[in-house]
Ligand binder design. Structure first.
Ligand code: ADP
Length: 377
């Protein structure tokens, strides 16, 4: 096991800056997930750690060793890809044993490690089969098994669950997590799926346009997004955004939307952070989970709209409401009586409201709140 450290790493392909000044300290045994939309530079970052891609600038260390000039096979890491990359003409056993054989590991040791890994993954019964005789989920396990037997310093996973169906993705995800609890090998995992990132990572690193937008525990990033991009990318259904401005009236702060359909009092705990933005264009961020249905409107506390779409999820439902010129989605307790066309009042939990500077990457105004969360988590 080892730490992995990226210092001011940059990658430029022709004209594209795929990764822009990326610095990341990964602790020994930590499970870190790089997450972001397609094309944000997460695979390139992982491939630079693996040595499959040269860096334009920067330093990467694995343990105490700078590996910039170390060949991929000498970096002592194991990578699992989306397409598994198993050798089709070899059995499962041979696939798993291959890297050890190349290293001239004694035969009895190979056998012990392959059997141990196979048992851990529940594939002991498949060792004589060829990859084509396996299901997608079984192939994926063999690919992981092949990585485990090498006992590497770190595992690198590049979207390893993308080829599995939704149900299998969820069970395999849980298995990977439990495997990490047992092996405690430093892991870097790349995915575009925010739910996978939240459930797997000790820490998640949200990337966009080649830049690390925020890193922290899943809870920190969800509860205290650093900017609007992170707020919109992490969490489902996505956070609602309302354009408007903060105003001061009767000694209190309030957010007013541009079309006057939303008027909410600012929670006293947020007031010191947002006071400097009074009068400036500001974006309000509201998670669907931060609202609940109310029987009647309360000035400064509720938003009133008209239900347009109602999606029942079981105990809960997603209500898409027309509010002024826009729409908001609220995830609330299921209420069978609510129908499209009805007027709805949504009570907002003021402590769970977010405020951002304008623009897609507008910074969160709640900086003290976030700093406090970072020191306590
Ligand atoms: P992600 O893994 O987040 O989907 P990538 O790291 O694969 O993103 O790509 C980041 C950016 O670099 C994208 O704009 C992509 O088009 C570009 N890119 C990736 N690989 C190459 C390459 N071999 N040549 C040129 N551009 C590339």
């Amino acid at each position: 096991m080892a730490t992995v450290t990226l210092t001011n790493v940059r990658k430029v392909y022709d004209q594209t800056e795929a990764v822009h000044d990326c610095s990341l300290d990964i602790a020994d045994g930590e499970f870190v997930v790089l997450v972001g939309p397609s094309g944000c530079g997460k695979s390139t970052t992982l491939r630079m750690v693996a040595g499959l891609e040269d860096m334009t600038e920067g330093t990467i260390s694995i343990g105490d060793r700078v590996v910039n000039d170390v060949h991929p096979k000498d970096r002592d890491i194991a990578m699992v890809f989306q397409n598994y990359a198993l050798y089709p003409h070899m059995t499962v056993y041979q696939n798993m044993a291959f890297a050890l054989k190349l290293r001239k590991t004694p035969k009895d040791q190979i056998e012990r490690r392959v059997l141990e890994a196979a048992k851990m993954l529940g594939i002991e019964g498949l060792l004589k089969r060829k990859p084509r005789q396996l299901s997608g989920g079984q192939r994926q396990r063999v690919a992981v098994g092949r990585a485990i037997v090498r006992e590497p310093k770190a595992f690198l996973f590049d979207e390893p669950l993308s080829n599995l169906d939704a149900k299998l993705r969820v069970t395999t995800r849980a298995e990977l997590k439990s495997l990490h609890h047992r092996l405690k090998t430093t892991t870097i995992y790349v995915t575009h799926d925010q739910e996978e990132a939240m459930t797997l990572g000790d820490r998640i690193v949200v990337m966009a346009a080649g830049i690390i937008q925020q890193q922290g525990t899943p809870f920190q990033v969800y509860r205290h997004p650093a900017n609007r991009f992170v707020a919109s990318f992490i969490g489902t259904p996505p956070m609602n955004f309302v354009e408007g401005a903060l105003v001061r009236a009767d000694g209190a702060l309030r957010f007013e939307s541009a079309d006057a359909s939303v008027s909410l009092g600012v929670d006293p705990s947020h007031a010191p952070d947002v006071a400097g933005a009074v009068g400036l264009p500001t974006t309000l961020g509201l998670r669907p989970q931060a609202m609940e249905l109310a029987k009647a409107p309360t000035p400064g506390r509720t938003i009133t709209g008209r239900a347009r779409v109602i999606e029942l999820l079981g105990d809960q439902m997603d209500v898409t409401c027309e509010v002024g010129a826009g729409t908001l989605v609220a995830r609330v307790r299921a209420e069978p009586g609510l129908k499209p066309g009805h007027t709805v009042h949504m009570a907002v939990d003021p402590e769970r409201v977010h405020y951002f500077s304008p623009g897609e990457f507008g910074d969160s105004l709640l900086t003290r709140d976030r700093a406090a969360a970072e020191t306590t988590a």
